[in-house]
Write a protein that binds this ligand. Structure first.
Ligand code: XMP
Length: 521
């Protein structure tokens, strides 16, 4: 759902830093929207836009298939800031020269500024230590540009088109270790685009609720809840925006969820007024489909396919064919599935929400709503707090779609699910009690397909082996094991073996990602 709220447009040419630019703009209290770099900049697209940022790119302006912005961009009466490739594109398009560097420049580089009274550089020192990552550089500014900053060897690093509000900079102010980067972006967003603190979650909530009411009219809406934070917050938003009798919430329980997870989500939504709140208990179906299977990718496929089949069946059963289908898709999901960004951006992974036939059919009929599709994960949590979703749900660590199915190594049985659920719950309870849960990005237990000997009284007893995982990470792409105090690990292990008799031995996984992954399968 896209509306014409006041915002800064970020044209993405495939830079690894584009997401970071979006975050920085929002940190300044301004709303940002990322669009593919080649998007036509017609009146409808530009409605509400107060300024445009052009991202970097893995391309050179001289590559044959180098992405280009709408040629009309340079005639717009809007503030424009080109970053790295954005600055080179601006230079090349307007008659300057860009040249290939003999070798790629990466890392810290000093830039000397001759700011005068330029509003982009207000308050910055005469020399800053910037962050650069580029293979080309600007050799000659385009006619009508003045050079306001140079890096070593006199290379233009900050340019301004005279008489216009158009700037290009060769470095990356969005990267946290770029000195003066935050000030420079603030000068642009707040000072030049005039966007100061226009955006707040309260304001966004009212706007998105009004948009939902408009789109939905008198129709019914249906949300499939997976138990995760995103779909739960989407449910709370629907209940806040629309008459409860038109909001249908359907929870599909795969039997592969964490302990009490399904119950907590159902309770939270009920407490927010849900009346049509159904639970499809598909646990037995999932277990039957997984019987005898131990290959991780095969298990993933079975779980994913069955989830879609159960979804379709349960939606049919509800008998509301014309309903809008609501999805808890986030901004990053769109970006990761390659939908929200420039066609040149690397597609990292496809999100299963986007691919199911049910969703595709609804989408083709214009009946899919994605009210969280402009939010980042931490913003969804903030929205959830405003909407009254229980803090225990909002603070939960990420959980993979296939759930315990990929945390039980080997065959997934009911006994294994129950045992792992119990052991995992004790582990997480201990982390909370010790004040560690919120310091860890993701923690969980893994049930290994091993039995190991132990003693109980005078007898030898064989119990299962449990591995504990706890990692710190920014985004799950890389991760480090959490550095527990040994006394915490000992306490956690004792709690698990005391409370869960089926577990005979506990091990802690001390691997980083890479080379290991966060999950074991
Ligand atoms: P890995 O194990 O690849 O995990 O280091 C990175 C993050 O992704 C989650 N993960 C998954 N999420 N379906 C999902 O929805 C999956 O098949 C899947 N595998 C891993 C994992 O929990 C971690 O947060």
């Amino acid at each position: 759902m896209r509306g014409a709220m006041n915002r800064v447009l970020i044209l993405d040419f495939g830079s690894q830093y584009t997401q970071l630019i979006g975050r920085r703009v929002r940190d300044l209290g301004a709303f940002s929207e990322i669009l593919p770099g080649e998007t036509a900049l017609g009146a409808a697209t530009l409605e509400g836009v107060r300024g445009i940022l052009l991202s970097g790119s893995p391309f050179s302006v001289y590559d044959e298939d180098a992405p280009r912005p709408d040629p009309g961009i340079w005639d717009l009466d809007l503030p424009i800031l080109g970053l790295c490739y954005g600055a080179q594109r601006m230079t090349e398009d307007l008659g300057g020269k860009v040249r290939r560097l003999p070798e790629r420049e990466y890392g810290r580089k000093a830039v000397d500024l001759a700011a005068g009274d330029d509003p982009l550089l207000a308050g910055l020192p005469a020399s800053i230590s910037t962050w650069m990552s580029h293979g080309d550089s600007i050799a000659e500014a385009a006619p009508g540009f003045s050079v306001l900053g140079r890096s070593e060897g006199g290379i233009p690093a900050v340019l301004r088109r005279e008489g216009r509000r158009q700037w290009g900079i060769q470095f990356h102010p969005e990267v946290s270790h770029c000195e003066g980067g935050r000030e420079l972006l603030s000068n642009f967003i707040v000072g030049i685009c005039g966007m100061e603190r226009e955006w707040s979650m309260e304001g966004y909530r009212s706007q998105i609720e009004a948009e939902l009411r408009n789109r939905v009219g008198d129709s019914e809406v249906l949300l499939l809840i997976s138990g995760g934070v995103d779909s739960t917050v989407a449910g709370a938003l629907l209940l806040s925006a629309l008459p409860h009798e038109r909001v249908h919430l359907l929870y599909i329980d795969t039997g592969l969820m964490r302990k009490d997870e399904s119950v907590e989500v159902m309770q939270s939504l009920r407490s927010l007024g849900a009346t049509h709140l159904g639970m499809a208990d598909a646990g037995q179906e999932f277990l039957s489909a997984l019987a005898g299977k131990s290959d991780p990718e095969e298990k993933r496929r079975i779980i994913g396919d069955l989830f879609i089949r159960v979804q379709e069946r349960e939606v049919q059963r509800l008998g509301i064919p014309g309903a809008f289908l609501v999805q808890g898709t986030l901004y990053t999901d769109l970006i990761e599935s390659g939908k929200g960004v420039g066609k040149k951006a690397q597609v990292i992974k496809s999100h299963h929400n986007v691919r199911s036939p049910l969703v595709e059919a609804k989408r083709a009929a214009g009946r899919v709503l994605e009210p969280l599709d402009r939010l980042y994960k931490d913003e969804v949590r903030a929205l959830g707090r405003l909407l009254g979703v229980s803090p225990a749900i909002l603070s939960r660590h990420p959980f993979p779609g296939p759930g315990l199915g990929v945390r039980i190594l080997g065959e997934v049985t009911r006994e294994a699910c129950d045992l792992l659920r119990d052991a995992d719950a004790v582990y997480l309870e201990e982390l909370r009690a010790r004040g560690l849960y919120d310091r860890i990005w993701q923690a969980f237990a893994v049930l290994l397909p091993l039995r190991s000997v132990g003693v109980a009284g005078d007898e030898r007893r064989y119990g299962r082996v449990l591995a504990l995982r706890a990692v710190v990470s920014e985004d799950g792409m890389t991760a480090e094991p959490f550095a527990f105090d040994m006394k915490d690990l000992l306490g956690i292990s004792a709690a698990i073996t005391n409370k869960v008799p089926g577990i005979g031995r506990v091990a802690y996984d001390i691997s980083s990602k890479p080379p290991a992954t966060i999950e074991w399968e």
